[in-house]
Design a protein around this ligand. Structure first.
Ligand SMILES: Cc1ncc(COP(=O)(O)O)c(C=O)c1O
Length: 462
């Protein structure tokens, strides 16, 4: 009985996988003012050119720089676990594996892209990086990466999480970063929102606006902005998760999983685990691939595929993606990292193609799953990760009903040791399910009517 599968450091992937090379239909470009496709030069005030080159690349394999590999080796390759105790508790014939990204120093998958992003910025001569954070996982990951590479870091943290999770701010400060609640008085975008909605819980869309504004208004020219999800280069960096998982499954003789599951906020956690398996599916493998989101922020399952801005103040280009509208402020659920109105264009395209099948789950079912996991496997999951666990339990029960010995692989994206306030509310019966009524979704989506529409291209093979 083997509980964990390890790789040696020299077995770690040396290249990231870029799914843009293999998608059955090509990606549609981001659009700037007047609906004109964005050129790399237009993004230059926001991102360094070496990252922009990755953003637009369609090269299938991209080398991971040696110095980045050395830093990733502080916690990678991450272990693949077999969830024997959970399987036994569920009485399922399914074999459940999880890829444990909670072993990174900040506690989630986010450093897999924070380290290369900080590295590329440094190579380009940048001294300071600004960013947003929802639950605090991304902010602490970037603070960690900047501290290892000697860069300054400023994080705008969504107000609701800033209040719920004071220890995340302290982690960022320990790694030398500055962390402020968003919306803040420090930017035009923040001041405008505060004037309109004084008690707002904030949103990732607002925090992104503030972080971009803080970067592009720095007169020294040595500050850039960094995004923890959504963009193509972030999906790329996270594919190390799925590439390692494939090698680990091969090592124990599993040819392929039958089901792959991960939660999706902006999409990078899901993409990171799933895209190498989506490649297998494009090449004929039968795999059910499931991104999971909260019913309170149902971007993939109910949001239309549109051109929309990535942020509330409309500073970003228009991206072709599933979206609930850039003005949408999601209910204050505890899975702060899943409270985002949009979905990565690359993930959105795999949904449109039918390569992956999104699912939405209520908050309380997720906490039930998280507690069952903690009491069987031992690790306390982040509320975001709990969505993947809840979907895994649904699939394991289905396998039991069907009497099938399926292999289920899910992404254990982060631990919940900084998220215990959510568990407290759950145990005291203070949590609610917030399934969104259609009326509430309407107004933010109507805002999109005036924007250009992407083509819905389905090759119809899946
Ligand atoms: C633990 C954890 N899992 C998953 C996510 C979702 O991340 P992504 O934007 O990569 O989909 C987050 C986001 O903050 C997170 O903190």
């Amino acid at each position: 009985m083997q509980t964990k599968v390890f790789l040696n450091e020299d077995e770690m992937p040396r290249q990231w996988y870029n799914i843009a090379a293999d998608l059955p239909s090509p990606m549609q470009p981001p659009l700037g003012p007047g609906g004109i496709p964005i050129t790399p030069e237009m993004l230059a005030p926001v991102f360094p050119m070496n990252i922009i080159e990755q953003e637009v690349s369609t090269q299938r394999w991209i080398d991971i720089p040696e110095e980045v590999l050395e830093i990733l080796c502080k916690w990678r390759p991450s272990p693949l676990h077999r969830a024997y105790a959970l399987e036994k508790m569920l009485g399922t014939p399914a074999k459940i594996y999880y890829k444990n990204e909670s072993v990174s120093p900040p506690g989630s998958h986010k450093p897999n892209t924070a380290v290369p992003q900080a590295w590329y910025n440094k190579q380009f001569g940048i001294k300071k990086i600004t960013t947003e954070t929802g639950a605090g996982q991304w902010g602490s990951a970037l603070a960690f990466a900047c501290s290892l590479l000697g860069l300054e870091c400023k994080v705008f943290m969504v107000r609701i999480s800033f209040d719920q999770k004071p220890f995340r701010k302290l982690m960022m400060e320990t790694w030398g970063a500055t962390c402020i609640g968003s919306p803040s008085e420090q930017t035009n975008a923040g001041r405008q929102i505060l004037a309109k909605h004084p008690g707002t819980p904030g949103s990732l869309g607002i925090a992104i606006s503030e972080a971009i504004e803080a970067a592009v208004t720095d007169k020294t020219g040595s500050t850039r902005y960094s995004l923890g999800s959504v963009l193509n280069h972030v999906m790329l960096h996270q594919t190390i998760i799925g590439l390692e998982s494939k090698k680990q499954l091969e090592k124990i003789g599993v040819k392929k999983p039958d089901v792959v599951i991960a939660c999706a906020g902006g999409g990078s956690n899901f993409a990171g685990l799933a895209f190498p398996f989506v490649n297998d599916k494009i090449n004929g493998a039968q795999i059910d691939i499931i991104p999971v989101e909260p019913t309170s922020c149902p971007t993939m399952t109910r949001g239309p595929f549109v051109y929309d801005h990535g942020d509330t103040a409309k500073m970003t280009p228009l991206l072709p993606m599933h979206s609930l509208g850039h003005d949408f402020i999601p209910p204050p659920i505890h899975a702060g990292g899943l409270r985002y109105h949009g979905m990565a264009p690359l993930v959105s395209q795999t949904i449109i193609e039918g390569l992956v099948t999104p699912r939405a789950i209520d908050q309380i079912e997720c906490y039930e799953a998280a507690v069952l996991f903690a009491r069987t496997e031992g690790i306390i999951p982040a509320p975001e990760t709990a969505h993947a666990i809840a979907a895994t339990i649904q699939e394991a029960k289905k396998a039991k009903e069907e009497g099938k010995e399926k292999v289920i692989l899910f992404g254990f994206s982060g631990h919940g040791l900084m998220d215990l306030a959510g568990y407290d509310n759950y145990f005291r019966g203070k949590l609610f399910n917030y399934s969104l009524p259609d009326s509430e979704m309407g107004s933010a989506i109507r805002e999109l009517d005036a924007l250009p529409k992407p083509k819905v291209v389905r090759t119809g093979k899946w």
